[in-house]
Ligand binder design. Sequence first.
Ligand code: CAA
Length: 283
Amino acid sequence: MKVEKIMVVGAGQMGSGIAQVCAQAGYDVILNDLNLQLTEQGKNTIRINLLRQVNKNLMKTEEMEAILSLISLSTNLEDARDVDFVIEAAVENMNIKTQIFRELDRITPEHTILASNTSSLPITEIAAATNRPEKVIGMHFMNPVPVMKLVEIIRGLATADEVYETIETITKTLEKVPVEVNDFPGFVSNRVLMPMINEAVFALYEGVASREAIDEVMKLGMNYPMGPLTLADFIGLDTCLYIMETLHEGLGEDKYRPCPLLRKYVKAGWLGRKAGRGFYEYK
Ligand code: CAA
């Protein structure tokens, strides 16, 4: 399957990162979100990221401009009428995702592959909202997208082999490493990562150590680039809680029970770095 034109739905942290790496690989990209302000913010984030490369002499200004010129902005899903591939990176809400996929199924040509960047929602259920479940697949990028090498590729129950192979090839053209996983709650990345973060929150909640000490143990002791509480703030505490709830509900075991302190912080609006406060304070 030939892919030349891509739409990314959602211009937030993940969507803008995905649009950036797609444009850097030479694809024509439409960056779509609900309004112009959101799409412009997304493109501005991309510009700032590329400018960092220019300032480090890793990229020429003309290269940056060429990459940016491949990204057009859209606030209407109908603009997907001639794309070969859509990557959805909207909010983690099943109703919203199924609504977007239903629309995309109606709008896009028959050959178009529809991927979701969901971090834990079932691909099979998203696919069932369309009349082309064999062309629906999970493509889970890690944050920050331009830096992290992994793309977890999730096969839904009906995903065709040919579609999997196309996505695997595209992932490589983005200079990422594809890893194949099946459709289970949290896939592999969040099934392993989130309980570790949740356990770190329990350690804080139970007074085992201070936030700094917990992070320092994991950074220096395990060589993690960020301690688990810093990482939780980076991901967003609402996202962490949502994924823990998905694991708890989907796998039904007490070991996935979200820590009450995590719930409390989310209720307080202490959502991490994006809110200026989470386990740490950010200026
Ligand atoms: N966007 C783009 N580039 C960024 C970036 C961002 N938000 N943040 C950092 N970078 C780039 C920097 O420009 C720098 O690039 P060069 O090497 O070209 O100079 C490089 O990343 C390293 O950055 P820094 O030197 O500033 O900082 P660092 O060495 O501490 O690295 C980090 C920053 C890459 C974020 C690192 O701390 C890290 O790997 N943290 C863990 C990230 C992680 O675990 N991500 C997965 C989260 S889970 C997830 O995404 C899945 C989910 O579903 C929740």
